[in-house]
Structures are given as C-alpha cells and as structure tokens.
Design a protein. Structure first.
Length: 253
C-alpha cells in the first residue's frame, strides 16, 4: 500500500483539526506554518522533489495554490475554494479519504469553514457552540487581542452604501469584524492591500472578476452568500479603492 504524504496549507481551525486527525492516524505530515494568503504548493518544493513521481507514495496538498509549481503524477488536491467550491470541506474530504467519522465538534468545524455561521445554524448549533467555534477559528488564524480591539474600533466607524456595510480595517485579520457584525446581508472589508466582500450577490461578482480569479489575484468560496476577495498585496492601495467602488456599484446592477 502506498504511503500518504500530506502537505498542509494556511492556518485556521479546519487546518488545525485536519492536522490533529492526521497525527492520530500516524500519517506523514509536512506543515510550513503558512498563512492563508501565502499557502502555495511551491513552498513544498523539497517535499515534492523527495516524494514526487514515486510510486511508493501518494501526495495530498491541502488547500494549496498550484500556480508556478511542477505537479507530480502522484499529487492529489484537497480543496473547496474557487473552482472547487462545490466540493465538501477539506476536513470532510480528509475524513472520507481516511474512512473515519467526524464527531459533532468536527462536523461543526467543517460546516463553519464551508459555510460560516449559517452552515452551523443549519446543523442546529447552539449559540454557545457557534461562539466557541468562531473564537477557536480566530485564535487558530492568529488573531490577537490587538486585532480584536482594532475590530471593535473598525465596526464603530463602519459606513453603509448601496445596501453594503463597508468597514476599513487597521489589520488584515477580518474575522473579528465579520463575527461582530453577523448577521449581515452584504459586507465589504478592506485595508490598503486587501479586500473581501461577503454576502448575497457574491456569485455575480465571481462572474465579473472571473479573469482575476483565474490569474490568481482573487479567490472565492461558499455559495451566493459566500465571499470573494483579493489575494493580499496583489493590488496597490489605489487599485483596492477602485475595486471597492466598482463592487459597490456592481452589486445591484
């Protein structure tokens, strides 16, 4: 039987849970401690060289962008973003691959990553369960006490235009903002080098920015109430402002 090699992507609660499961299953894991915005397969060049195209191994990349990386024939993608947003969460894919059953907490973690708070509500999660999962996710993403305070300030200064709540953030940790503002219908958060839109109309924006998504400058996930955003530092500050104004105009046209 071929040994499985797992290369882990950006840190969040789902990835942390995947790592714990793989450790319990005694699988071979490589974790470069990547952020979501720099989780590229090319970061694992040494591992690809060591195990790639070797019939003794199967390599599984978990939520890694594959641009500018040589893909070996024994490589398998595990993801549920962009073109793969119709697939189960990465955690659920891992469970299926290893033929294991997720417990209640793991199922909620998968739902949170796949569809945020609405997906957990659909599972009849209690308020305490939702708060615990969201707090654990923020911590896993590296959200600090300072980020939480910045979020409080940013939420206080929010504005609204064309039915969209607009928040300028002092930090690239957006989850403390989204959690504080939920429930919302349309939300746009931005910094000098990053922007993410959350909520209804997201699929329309995916169609508008299909070229940018294919170029790897933007990403998206979830259904029509999901999210679409820019890869950090893929755009200049002025381009972010221009993109923000475009989205505000486009969302209802």
């Amino acid at each position: 039987m071929r040994r499985k090699i797992f290369l882990l992507g950006g840190a969040d609660l789902e990835m942390l849970t995947i790592k714990k499961i793989l450790e319990r299953q005694n699988e071979i894991i490589y974790d470069k401690k990547l952020r979501w915005d720099n989780a590229a397969l090319s970061r694992y060049a040494e591992e690809l060289k060591q195990y790639g195209n070797n019939e003794a191994y199967e390599i599984y990349g978990v939520e890694l962008t594959e641009k500018q990386a040589a893909i070996p024939i024994n490589y398998h993608r595990i993801d549920h973003h962009n073109d793969y947003s119709n697939l189960p969460s990465s955690l659920e894919q891992i469970a299926s691959l290893l033929n294991i059953k997720l417990d209640r907490e793991q199922q909620l973690i998968a739902a949170n990553d796949r569809g945020y708070i609405p997906a957990m509500i659909a599972m009849e999660a209690s308020g305490d369960e939702i708060r615990q999962i969201r707090l654990a996710d923020r911590r896993a993403q590296g959200v600090t006490a300072s980020d939480e305070q910045f979020a409080e300030d940013a939420v206080s200064d929010r504005i609204e235009a064309n039915g969209i709540i607009i928040v300028k953030s002092a930090t690239n940790s957006f989850s403390p903002i989204t959690d504080r503002l939920y429930p919302y219908d349309r939300l746009l958060i931005y910094t000098a080098d990053e922007l993410i839109y959350y909520g209804t109309g997201k699929l329309r924006l995916v169609g508008i920015y299909k070229k940018e998504i294919l170029e790897g400058k933007m990403f998206h996930g979830g259904g029509d109430s999901g999210f679409i955003g820019t890869v950090r530092s893929a755009y200049t500050e002025q381009e972010i402002i221009t993109l923000k104004e475009e989205i505000i105009k486009q969302i209802n046209t």
